[in-house]
Write a protein that binds this ligand. Structure first.
Ligand SMILES: NC(=O)c1ccc[n+]([C@@H]2O[C@H](COP(=O)([O-])OP(=O)(O)OC[C@H]3O[C@@H](n4cnc5c(N)ncnc54)[C@H](O)[C@@H]3O)[C@@H](O)[C@H]2O)c1
Ligand SMILES: O=CCCC(=O)O
Length: 495
């Protein structure tokens, strides 16, 4: 029996009912369980009940992935590539429906959701091309009668845990690489956004993913901790790949010690965005708008602290405020005129509110926004600019994950480098300058996994995505992504 859902009935929203899947996928079969509610953050209305997979079934999914790995690891890379290419094509074919599902459960505006669908699909395309380009080497041996060569082999079945902020792309960035390398997988999507994940699962089956190769086990919040333990402690899963907060990443890393599991961690950020006095200010304003406020500030690579040189501070602030007034509209993401949607849940909006209160109590000034917009719904917060922010304020050290730009004044390169690097989570960093030699040296000095120079948007499938320090380890996407799901084996042949 399928759960009765609002989205399924609403044919004007989703053109094909087949993408609304509320069941778990285990060993090629969709299975219904008692559900947990999925909520539209714009209205707080329930839009579906998603099967809450029992832990015993999650264990079965792990066993199915382990069983399927025996055959899937021997499937030629060219055949794996064809499945990934099919999956890419199907996602693009269904991009409008997928985008609507993302907007319904995540809240981001339709244009952003469409961008996410294409971004997510691009990882299937990218890794369909990478799958066939994993080369080994021959190595000279010191022993005259020996010959050595290396080959890449799939790590094995992988557990994948992802957040709600990119409900499709954070899964596909891992899954496409895993499948290309010859691994099988069990995916636990975020409890806030399982509908998009399951829609992608439906298309995976249609693309030709063999039974058991990819399993999806959505669970409600109360079971996430137990699934994390199961994944980390299972001897059948050979790797856990996690995207989410640094706190949860640390928990999973601790749990993985018992099986010495391979792990990839894509964790939180606290990105500096530096505007030097020799920057093209208009370009920097446009970059700040997209980099800070994309998805209402809910991306891990969003600018979290804006450092602006003293000599252009007022001009930058004035222009950014004007750009926000002119170019943005807050509201429900399904309205095509809306540019910025709600926050994901009550905890997220309370955190933003508390950070703004703390900053203003310590001397920051609200230049724009600074309030909830209850007239739009309980989770809407104005796009906010805070001036005169200092390192004494909590917002300087905390990933806000919301639509608040704290703006900090600086006077010299040395001073701003010290401030920018004053964080343990080095995921992304950005700066604007028209001075070529400054561009080279600052890019080298910033302690981050990814640096944008004169751009606030860096993400694409070809980018080696990942951070340094407590932002995690491992690189996703790019030519390095496949190695995260592969073991390097060396064969020594005696003549
Ligand atoms: N570096 C990256 O690529 C990247 C990408 C997106 C988001 N993020 C980070 O994710 C965070 C926002 O997402 P969030 O609030 O959903 O993060 P979160 O860590 O709370 O949740 C992420 C996932 O982990 C699960 N989870 C939560 N507690 C768990 C536990 N004890 N054991 C096992 N699983 C558990 C959740 O259900 C969800 O699926 C931000 O810090 C953001 O920077 C990082
Ligand atoms: O939120 C983190 C991922 C964002 C991205 O891949 O651009």
């Amino acid at each position: 029996m399928r759960a009765f859902t609002f989205v399924r009935r609403s044919s004007s929203l989703i053109s094909t009912g087949k993408l609304v899947e509320t069941r778990a996928l285990v060993n090629g079969k969709f299975i219904h369980f008692e559900g947990f509610p999925v909520v539209n953050p714009a209205t707080q209305g329930e839009i579906a009940f998603m099967s809450n997979t029992p832990l015993e079934t999650v264990k079965s999914a792990i066993s199915a992935a382990a069983e399927a790995f025996r055959d899937y690891r021997t499937v030629p890379a060219q055949a794996r590539a064809r499945i990934l290419e099919n999956w890419y094509r199907l996602m693009i074919e269904h991009e409008t429906d997928l985008a609507r599902l993302v907007t319904l459960e995540n809240g981001k505006p339709l244009a952003d959701s469409l961008g996410e669908v294409r971004y997510a699909a691009s990882f299937f395309k990218w890794f369909s091309e990478e799958a066939v380009r994993q080369y080994g080497e021959t190595i000279s041996s010191a022993t005259p009668s020996n010959r050595m060569y290396t080959q890449w082999q799939p790590v094995g079945p992988v557990g994948i845990i992802t957040p709600w902020n990119f409900p499709l792309a954070m899964i596909s960035r891992k899954l496409a690489a895993a499948l290309a390398a010859g691994c099988t997988a069990v995916v636990k999507p975020a409890a806030e956004t399982p509908l998009s994940a399951m829609a992608m699962a439906v298309l995976g089956v249609e693309a030709g993913v063999p039974d058991g190769v990819v399993n999806y086990t959505p669970v409600g919040h109360e079971k996430t901790k137990s699934v994390g333990e199961l994944f980390c402690e299972s001897p059948d899963l050979k790797k856990v790949s996690f995207t989410g907060s640094t706190n949860v990443g640390k928990i999973l890393m601790g749990q993985s010690a018992s099986t010495l599991k391979r792990i990839s961690m894509e964790l939180g950020g606290n990105a500096p965005f530096v505007v030097f006095e020799d920057a093209d200010i208009d370009k920097a304003v446009a970059g700040a708008l997209s980099c800070k406020f994309r998805s209402s500030g809910q991306t891990c690579v969003c600018a979290n602290r804006l450092f602006v040189h003293d000599s252009i501070y007022n001009e930058f602030l004035f222009k950014l405020s004007k750009a926000l007034d002119t170019n943005t509209r807050l509201g429900p993401g399904l309205d095509p005129t809306v540019t910025h949607g709600p926050l994901i849940h009550g905890r997220a909006i309370s955190k933003v509110e508390q950070l703004v209160e703390d900053a203003t109590s310590k001397g920051a000034t609200v230049v724009r926004g600074g309030q909830r917009r209850n007239d739009l719904g309980a989770l809407f917060y104005e796009l906010t600019l805070l001036s005169d922010v200092t390192p004494k304020m909590e917002i300087f050290h905390t990933e806000a994950f919301g639509p608040v730009a704290p703006i900090i004044r600086f006077k010299s390169v040395d001073e701003v480098m010290e401030l920018a690097n004053d964080t343990r989570v080095g995921l992304a960093a950005y700066f604007y300058t028209e001075n070529n030699s400054k561009a080279w040296t600052v890019a080298e000095k910033l302690q981050a996994g990814m640096v944008g120079v004169n751009t606030g948007l860096i993400s694409e499938a070809a980018l080696p995505f990942g951070g340094v320090g407590e932002s995690g380890f491992g690189r996703e996407g790019s030519k390095y992504g496949l190695a995260e799901y592969s073991d390097l084996k060396t064969v020594v042949v005696g003549l």
